[in-house]
Write a protein that binds this ligand. Structure first.
Ligand SMILES: Cc1cc2nc3c(=O)[nH]c(=O)nc-3n(C[C@H](O)[C@H](O)[C@H](O)COP(=O)(O)OP(=O)(O)OC[C@H]3O[C@@H](n4cnc5c(N)ncnc54)[C@H](O)[C@@H]3O)c2cc1C
Length: 406
């Protein structure tokens, strides 16, 4: 019988295996794919944004709000950087977002695998765990290829986000079969699909702005940055950041609207004055010419069309009401959100194993002794910017350390 079986060879599972093995335990990892850590390779556009220098409890979300931070403090971003630096990863900061200096996600996976190998962690690849049966002592772990026994089990199977092979959400069923309730699961860090039919005309536009999500007319989330307009709706990091809130509201049957402000940071009166100065400086310009150098052309064409104006119309001929209409489209561009893109296009999931059924210090199940949880399988998700991997590292480390010492 092995001391510990880690189910899932992703970010949290590999960290859990390394931590448990360095605590003196005999560890085996079960991975359903033919290779471990596939998702790690896709992170950060192949560069792996493995943590962030800025850390705060508000960067993480769970229905059990205090839960993530208690774990993150046990193995924080500083310890994560030290851990990886010891394994060879020299960090590179981009505004606090940390990447390996080589800008290669494979580097993170390689050093984790080297560490597991140094600690004699055993790997069983192409073995999908199908059942976990608690026994008098330990567990019987069934896979598509056979049976294994272990004193303790760490479930680190990830979520059902992304199309990367292995993200099938099978861990949810395993957790449920052991009595663990799940909170509702939504795609998060994902694009939003909108109802209007004009998106094909503005597809490909990238523009700085603020996106605010309203559910039944109440603002529930907002963020700023580069918004990307696609042929079906809105994308980009600020949209990702608010997407889980939108998904939850849609799931609750609420009417969800995104309001885009393409000139955030300027008060309304200041903005009207800004337009006025610009009109007076060149009254001979057409509407089309007026916006050159201010906003992307495709977007301006849409605003002009929605205001039922002509591109060739002289700016000096527009009434105050017409300028107010254009101004409102620039500052409060409302778009109705129909749905998020599906799980396979999401980077993470909101929701998962209810953390109220898990010990907040050790990550051991409160229901099944010797069973531990790590990573995205739990109802914890972070902002875009290295926070989801930080959760994987922190929870993986704690689960591995605790399972080794139990
Ligand atoms: C495109 C993309 C880019 C991202 N970029 C970033 C980023 O730059 N920074 C960041 O912080 N986060 C990023 N994330 C999120 C981050 O990758 C995940 O939050 C993190 O990998 C979750 O780790 P995990 O160990 O919980 O799950 P996973 O990494 O998904 O690992 C779970 C493993 O378990 C295996 N498994 C599942 N079920 C079974 C089973 N029944 N039996 C055996 N094995 C099983 C799977 O095959 C998989 O290998 C990104 C995600 C995506 C999709």
């Amino acid at each position: 019988m092995t001391d510990i079986i880690v189910v899932g060879g992703g970010a949290s599972g590999l960290m859990a295996a390394a931590a448990a093995a360095s605590g003196g335990a005999e560890v085996a990892v079960l991975e359903q794919n033919d290779r471990t850590g596939r998702k790690i390779l896709a992170t950060g556009n192949g560069r792996c944004n493995y943590t962030n220098e800025y850390q705060d409890a508000s960067c993480y979300h769970s229905q059990n709000a205090a839960f993530p931070w208690g774990i993150l403090q046990q193995f924080d971003a500083g310890r994560t950087v030290d851990f990886f630096q010891e394994l060879g990863i020299y960090p590179k900061s981009r505004n606090g977002y940390l990447y390996p200096n080589s800008d290669q996600a494979s580097a993170i996976l390689e050093v984790l695998m080297m560490e597991c190998s140094r600690m004699h962690v055993e790997f069983y690849r192409e073995q999908k765990c199908t059942e976990i049966l608690p026994q008098k002592t330990g567990f019987l772990v069934k896979t598509n290829a056979g049976k294994l026994r272990a004193r303790r089990v760490i479930l680190a199977t990830g979520s059902k986000a992304s199309a990367i092979a292995g993200s099938d959400g099978s861990g949810y069923a395993l957790a449920r079969s052991l009595g663990h309730p799940l909170t509702p699961i939504f795609p998060a860090l994902v694009q939003l699909r909108c109802r209007e039919d004009f998106y094909k005309c503005i597809s490909g536009v990238r523009v700085r702005g603020q996106v605010s999500i309203f559910a039944d007319n109440a603002c529930i989330a907002k963020d700023q940055g580069e918004i990307q307009l696609t042929n079906y709706g809105i994308s980009g990091i600020p949209v990702f950041q608010v997407s889980a809130a939108a998904a939850e509201a849609l799931y609750g049957g609420k009417a969800v609207t995104a309001v885009l402000d393409f000139m955030p940071g300027m008060g309304w009166e200041e903005f009207l004055h800004f337009l006025d100065v610009r009109i007076k400086a060149r009254p001979e310009k057409t509407l089309e010419e007026f916006f050159i150098g201010l906003f992307p052309k495709k977007l301006c064409d849409l605003w002009i069309r929605l205001c039922r104006l002509e591109r060739g119309q002289s700016v000096s001929t527009l009434s105050k009401a017409q300028w107010n209409h254009i101004g409102r489209l620039i500052r409060q561009f409302e778009t109705k959100v129909a749905e998020t893109n599906p799980f396979k296009q999401a980077q993470v999931c909101r929701g998962g194993v209810d953390t109220r059924s898990v010990d907040p210090t050790t990550l051991e199940s409160r229901l099944v002794k010797g069973l531990y949880f790590a990573g995205e399988l739990l109802d914890v998700d972070g902002l875009c910017g290295g926070y989801n991997l930080q959760w994987a590292w922190s929870s993986g480390y704690v689960a591995g350390r605790e399972a080794a010492h139990a």
